[in-house]
Design a protein around this ligand. Structure first.
Ligand SMILES: Nc1ncnc2c1ncn2[C@@H]1O[C@H](COP(=O)(O)OP(=O)(O)OP(=O)(O)O)[C@@H](O)[C@H]1O
Ligand SMILES: [Mg+2]
Length: 275
């Protein structure tokens, strides 16, 4: 890990060449944030954008494995060169320190790491920088929203009620931090049996829609539960690139489209109006 910095100047000057920042978050662990972040980044890339992906999950950095990113980041004039995989620039604590080393980190160190992922990394010009968040509403979420003005957050949930309880807490936190909520992704929405074509609602139905309605934000995508999605993540070839014709890949392209539109309409709202 390069030397730590004290908290510095806030805001966009950290990453002046990045047009849009999107966090992928959830209240609950294991609902598919990393899967969504990785495939969203790839779907944005497939639309012709330049994309970076930051793994903000200090305790469980899954992005390098899921993206099949190998090797250590290089250095250039004291700045870190991100590792590239599938055409995406990636930064993760998993690329910098030995596996268990970061496990004892708490608030200030996490804050420094988040700052370094932005200020000390040579991102170059990017259209979208996607952040894969750890679960919950802890230090990393607070640090990120303090270090840069986030363009928006995509909230991932699974359909069942216990997941919704946590997602409501996380949504309330982002509202309080003035981070625009781009919308909800309902992951593991349903399962289509490959042999019979029968459709099963394994985790129940309608949860994503319900919470989207409560917070008056769009339901951006419903991603089916599917074995190849899990396999793609384990093998470093995410479904968006491994099986671009699958229902999952289509759902992720739809998500990318929704994210692009929401960010555009939110930034249009901030422009001064004429007349
Ligand atoms: N739609 C899906 N179909 C099948 N498997 C999925 C799907 N979404 C995620 N998974 C699998 O579920 C597991 C958990 O997903 P993932 O790691 O993306 O969740 P997470 O919310 O980032 O977890 P954590 O809170 O630990 O960071 C992974 O093995 C992943 O491959
Ligand atoms: Mg994760």
């Amino acid at each position: 890990m390069p030397e730590m910095h004290k908290p510095g100047s806030p805001g966009g000057e950290f990453i002046p060449e990045v047009k849009h920042t999107v966090a992928v978050s959830s209240g609950k662990g294991g609902v598919g944030k990393s899967t969504v972040a990785v495939n969203l980044a790839l779907a944005l890339k497939q639309r012709g954008h330049e994309v970076g992906l930051v793994d903000v999950d200090i305790y469980g950095p899954d992005v390098p494995l899921m993206m099949g990113a190998r090797g250590r980041p290089g250095m250039f004039e004291n700045r870190i060169i991100p590792v590239e995989a599938h055409g995406i620039k990636i930064m993760s604590i998993g690329l910098l320190v030995a596996e268990r080393e970061a496990l004892v980190w708490r608030g200030p160190m996490i804050h420094s790491a988040v700052q370094q992922f932005l200020r000390d990394v040579l991102w170059g010009p990017l259209d979208y920088l996607v952040f894969d968040m750890p679960p919950g509403t802890g230090d990393a979420q607070l640090s990120l929203s303090q270090v840069i003005p986030l363009g928006g957050v995509v909230m991932v949930t699974t359909p069942q009620d216990v997941a919704l309880l946590d997602v409501r807490k996380a949504l309330a936190m982002f509202r309080k931090l003035n981070v625009p909520i781009l919308g909800i992704v309902e992951n593991m929405s349903y399962f289509v049996a490959p042999d019979t074509g029968a459709r099963y609602a394994i985790f129940g139905e309608g949860g994503g829609e319900k919470v989207a309605g409560e917070f008056d934000v769009p339901l951006l995508a419903r991603i089916p539960l599917e074995m190849d999605t899990r396999k793609g993540g384990d093998e470093g070839v995410p479904i968006a690139v491994g099986q671009p014709d699958s229902a999952q890949a289509r759902a992720f392209r739809g998500l990318a489209e929704g994210v692009v539109e929401r960010l555009d309409s939110l930034s249009a709202l901030k422009l001064p109006t004429i007349g």
